[in-house]
Design a protein around this ligand. Sequence first.
Ligand SMILES: C[S@@+](CC[C@H](N)C(=O)[O-])C[C@H]1O[C@@H](n2cnc3c(N)ncnc32)[C@H](O)[C@@H]1O
Length: 257
Amino acid sequence: MLKLPNRLLTIAGCIEQGEAIADIGTDHGLLPIFLYQQGISSKIILSDNKEGPLEKARRNLFTYLPDENIDIRLGNGLIPLDYGEVNTVIIAGMGGRLIIDILEEDHQKTRSFGKYILQPRNAQDKLRMWLFRHGFTIVDEHLVRERHHICEIIIATTNSYTFQRQHVSKEQIKSKEAELAFEVSSLLLYKQDQLVKEFLERKILKEKHIIQEILVKGGGKDLKRIIESKNRLEKLQILFDQATDSAVQKQEDLNGD
Ligand SMILES: C[S@@+](CC[C@H](N)C(=O)[O-])C[C@H]1O[C@@H](n2cnc3c(N)ncnc32)[C@H](O)[C@@H]1O
């Protein structure tokens, strides 16, 4: 039986029994193969925009599902899919901007799939902002450790009946506060995800490093950037303290204190 790394296993855990799925940018194809093997999804589509990765997927299909006739498609983003032909689209292990480009290509087709599991490697804030502005609902999020990274997994749903562009002004979207709100998911804070403190701690260390760099390189001349960074640091620190308080409270509740 195929064993998945933690990141892909967490994504697999977001698929409900019986969901038909398409894995866009499947590469090795291990995630859809696992979902099929486990009897979670009886319809899987493996898609990638390059022949090389699809060849890898074919080899894995030959190893793990030799007797099955699995659907493999070559093409860019959602183009190889027909409208609404699966319940759930998985796009994992790509940059956030590339995921946005894929979702942007054909809005009507994008909205024809009910659920998305997205795992952007970067620009997570840009992707959340895009989802928000285009009427998606982020229904859940997960953090998962992969080697020295903490990966973010976003589950978003479309509701074709109530779909409408959110009215958010450019100023609101651009404000530094909004940036942080899209960067640090309030769902992860609310859920008290077990990696959320470390996730914030890493951002705090990075911000401190940025301030240090500006000071060393410019001798403190770049006042605007220092102030911006310090503001960000302060907000991150508040979120970290809140996450710490919640974790302490949770532990006390568990202990029955
Ligand atoms: C780093 S791999 C991720 C593989 C797998 N999804 C995972 O998370 O382990 C990214 C894959 O996306 C594919 N890819 C990149 N841009 C794409 C696009 N526009 N449409 C479809 N696939 C794409 C690449 O060829 C590559 O196989």
